[in-house]
Design a protein around this ligand. Structure first.
Ligand code: AHG
Ligand code: MN
Ligand code: MN
Length: 335
């Protein structure tokens, strides 16, 4: 059977670049290197049960979380490849305390923030995990980049996306002109366009939240989440609860089928008053994607995620993200 001629990522970027004759091809070069890293991680994830790559690495990261071997593998794979891709001047990873320099002589005009493996607690139980990435244009003029290049608002991202390692490996990204989804054909090692111009449903079907934290939420957040569980035929409520503990997988399901994901602040740990999710490499890239797909992303006090200027690399933010009508309604409870 001759396979249909799939649209590869490069084909898609070249086609869209025709609309931008000024494009230098650097961003597509950067994405392409990220894709090679993603394919490498995907191959390892798919073999994780057989290779000696499950379980803990014995290390703890700046988040105070135990680092899984696959976290470390994914982090090193991306760091090594991107440090000499020639398109970046500085990087930040969830797994690294400080900014990551690129190789001297390979400085480029973009910055990269990434969560090498999101949903780590699911690695050993074969549940979807993923890599999340965020790209900005550098602010400094030349040489190695620094903190001022990394600490930029989500609104100023030039690209954002994720690679989801699941029943199939998918790449979903935006460069500000809609959201494109590609599926990996492992037999040829190519990502083909499978979900062009993704639009998220205006109204949710699913509620994604860790109810185990409900006693620690602010009162107005609890009232809003309770409202999503009340009978309301017109709004299709009560919503079904779907929460698998991998933000990237919960986000992807909600992006396609319609849903609202909520990780509010809680008073469980006075050290972490703003919840668990990080702005630079989780909330901001997903906020760009959801806005490009017609949805919204705010904090639990109604601030648009994309308007927050980070004050540190691993700053945490409460996150409410998903279908537009639901986030609009949430605002009424929270502002
Ligand atoms: P990471 O594995 O990169 O640390 O991220 C895990 C995050 C996110 O993926 C998920 O939504 C959330 O942790 C789950 O947190 P809880 O277990 O507290 O619900
Ligand atoms: Mn994560
Ligand atoms: Mn992670």
């Amino acid at each position: 059977m001759n396979k249909p001629l799939g649209v590869t990522v490069i084909r898609h970027i070249v086609d869209s670049q025709r609309l931008h004759p000024e494009a230098t091809g650097d961003l597509s070069g950067l994405l392409n290197e990220l894709i090679v890293a993603g394919k490498t991680i995907s191959a390892e994830v798919n073999m994780a049960g057989l290779a000696d790559i499950l379980g803990m690495s014995g290390k703890t990261n700046i988040q105070g979380e135990k680092v899984q071997k696959l976290d470390e593998f994914a982090n090193n794979t991306i760091k090594k490849r991107m440090a000499r891709c020639g398109y970046l001047c500085v990087m930040t990873s969830e797994e690294e305390d400080d900014i990551i320099p690129v190789e001297d002589g390979y400085e480029g005009k973009y910055t990269l923030a990434f969560d090498p493996l999101d949903g780590s607690t699911n690695i050993d139980v074969n549940v979807n995990i993923g890599t999340i990435f965020s790209v900005h244009r550098r602010r400094t003029k030349w040489g190695q980049g620094g903190w001022e290049d990394m600490l930029q608002r989500g609104r100023d991202q030039v690209a954002a996306g994720y690679i989801l390692y699941g029943s199939s490996t998918m790449l979903v990204f935006t460069t500000g002109e809609g959201v494109q989804g590609f599926t990996l054909d492992p037999s040829v090692g190519e990502f083909y366009l499978s979900h062009p111009d993704i639009r998220t449903p205006e109204r949710s079907k699913y509620l994604s939240v860790n109810e185990g934290n409900s006693h620690y939420w602010p009162e107005n957040v609890r009232r809003y989440i309770d409202a999503l569980k009340e009978k309301d035929k017109e709004k299709g409520r009560p919503y079904s609860c779907r929460y698998i503990g991998s933000l990237v997988a919960d986000f992807h399901r909600n992006l396609i089928a319609g849903g609202i994901f909520i990780y509010p602040r809680d008073n469980k740990d006075p050290e972490k008053p703003y919840g668990k999710l990080r702005l630079l490499y989780e909330a901001a890239p997903l906020a760009m994607l959801i806005e490009q797909a017609g949805g919204r992303a705010i904090t639990d006090d109604g601030i648009n995620i994309l308007d927050i200027t980070p004050d540190s690399l691993h700053q945490r933010v409460p996150l409410i993200i998903g279908s537009k009508l639901d986030v609009d309604e949430a605002e009424g409870y929270l502002g």
